[in-house]
Design a protein around this ligand. Structure first.
Ligand code: GDP
Length: 434
């Protein structure tokens, strides 16, 4: 999906516009314990066009001087986005800081849309003409607090998206390593690439695709390792800023089918480990928990079981994710990882024929009667799979309100027991049918 970045000096209202456009879709991550919502990155949709959005103002550059901060935020926007929304404010008019941002944005060929915020009433519309001096064409008036003009802005954003070339569907297994700094992501990347044949491609990609690496395993499976920059492209000034690396991780997750959540055996599980894992789960990706640095532990015959129990306790919502204990240093069990990724990928795109699915669901119901409420019983008529990645099932019932959380969980477990969905979330949706 294309990426939109909102840039501008502080207090022009970037977050307000961001939240306005992201709407309710941003809140989905909330009810998983240990997951904090990251307000700097959100998925959104306008007239059927899906896109991702970055609020560069939310990227914490640390205690750098003000000018350095806006410079870096604008540079991140230039690097990450397909379309840049340059936000200014009608209340204050053109400021020095706006001109500084403009000067950085002159350096990009990417489309820049100049939006003037805080045009809360028609009288303020006259103020927008001053902004022609910034050199980005027609200023678009909006009001983030009143929700005025955002539709027009979204139309312009969508019009500016690069035309999608007819790329042949990439059949490779797309995966990424995600985790906090120093868990050993780079070491895992290098170890895996060292053991497999890397495919060098000289097809010019976009800058963002250029850092992905394709390789082939011995059984001829092609993989694409989605890079979380900062793994292979070290040395950028802003790489050290934590929210920026989180942003890169979220983008990598969006482009992956399977996400390897890397933990450090030496340090155990930290709160920060749960954030990106929660996002990967919400995004419906296949997930593998990779415990790295397994060589550093003094082990007895229940060390692995104890560690596994700890993971199951701390990541309860990832009960479907397999766990693998590896060492990038000694290469222990590393050769098994590509095969595991391949299996989880297959489960993530598994399709079950309706006849077989209904046998399983009806059998489950025969053994465990559906719940009732006020004497009214849940009736299940039919189940069918409507999507893959992740597998999504619609269950037609007399009244969706009668479906209890625990009964849905029971049905999910029965489906999991009958088919191999290891490593992938599965979604059940109840629909009313009279
Ligand atoms: P990243 O920040 O997640 O990419 O982590 P790096 O790959 O840069 O690794 C951080 C540190 O951990 C480096 O000093 C590595 O040499 C070390 N390291 C990585 N994997 C292993 C491992 O399996 N065992 C041990 N003992 N050290 C490791």
């Amino acid at each position: 999906n294309p990426v939109v970045a909102i840039v501008g000096r502080p207090n022009v209202g970037k977050s307000t516009i961001f939240n306005r456009i992201a709407g309710q879709r941003i809140s989905i991550v909330e009810d998983i314990p240990g997951v904090t919502r990251d307000r700097i990155y959100a998925k959104s949709e306008w007239m059927g066009q899906k896109f991702n959005m970055i609020d560069t103002g939310g990227i914490d550059i640390g205690d750098e001087p003000f000018v350095t901060q806006i410079t870096e935020q604008a540079q991140i926007a230039i690097e990450e986005a397909d379309v840049i929304v340059f936000l200014v404010s009608a209340k204050e008019g053109v400021t020095d800081a706006d001109e500084k941002v403009a000067r950085i944005l002159y350096q990009t060929d990417k489309p820049v849309i100049l939006a003037v915020n805080k045009v809360d009433n028609p009288e303020l519309r006259a103020e927008i003409y001053d902004f022609y001096s910034l050199g980005f064409g027609d200023p678009v008036p909006v009001s983030g607090t009143h929700g005025i003009g955002t539709g027009d802005l979204l139309d312009l954003i969508c019009k500016a998206f690069p035309k999608r070339e007819a790329v042949t569907e990439d059949q490779t297994v797309k995966f990424s390593f995600i985790g906090r700094p120093n868990v050993g992501k780079s070491s895992l990347v290098n170890a895996i690439l060292g053991e497999n044949r890397v495919i060098v491609s000289n097809i010019e990609g976009t800058t963002r695709d250029a850092i992905d690496t394709k390789f082939v395993t011995e059984d001829d499976t092609e993989f694409t390792m989605i890079d979380t920059a900062g793994i292979r492209k070290k040395g950028k000034v802003y790489e050290s800023t934590e929210k920026y690396s989180v942003l890169r991780a979220l983008q990598a997750i969006d482009r992956s089918d399977v996400v390897c959540v890397v933990l450090n055996a030496e340090e155990g599980i930290r709160e920060q480990d749960k954030h990106v894992a929660g996002y990967a789960h919400e995004a419906g990706r296949g997930i593998i928990i990779v415990v790295n640095k397994w060589d550093t532990l003094k082990k007895d015959n229940h060390t692995m079981k104890d560690f596994e129990n700890l993971i199951r306790q701390e990541f309860q919502y990832l009960s479907y994710a397999p766990i693998i204990f590896v060492s990038a240093k000694t290469k222990q069990r590393l050769a098994n990882l590509p095969a595991l990724i391949k299996r989880v990928n297959a489960n993530h795109e598994r399709r079950i024929a309706s006849a077989v699915l209904n046998d399983v669901v009806m059998d489950a119901i025969a053994h465990n009667p559906t719940p009732t409420d006020n004497g009214k019983r849940l009736r299940v008529y039919y189940a069918t799979q409507v999507a893959v990645k992740p597998p999504t099932f619609v269950i037609f019932v007399n009244d969706p309100e009668l479906m209890h959380f625990s009964y849905e969980r029971f049905l999910e477990n029965q489906i999991r027991a009958a088919f191999d969905f290891e490593g992938t979330p599965i979604h059940l949706i109840e629909r009313r049918r009279k």
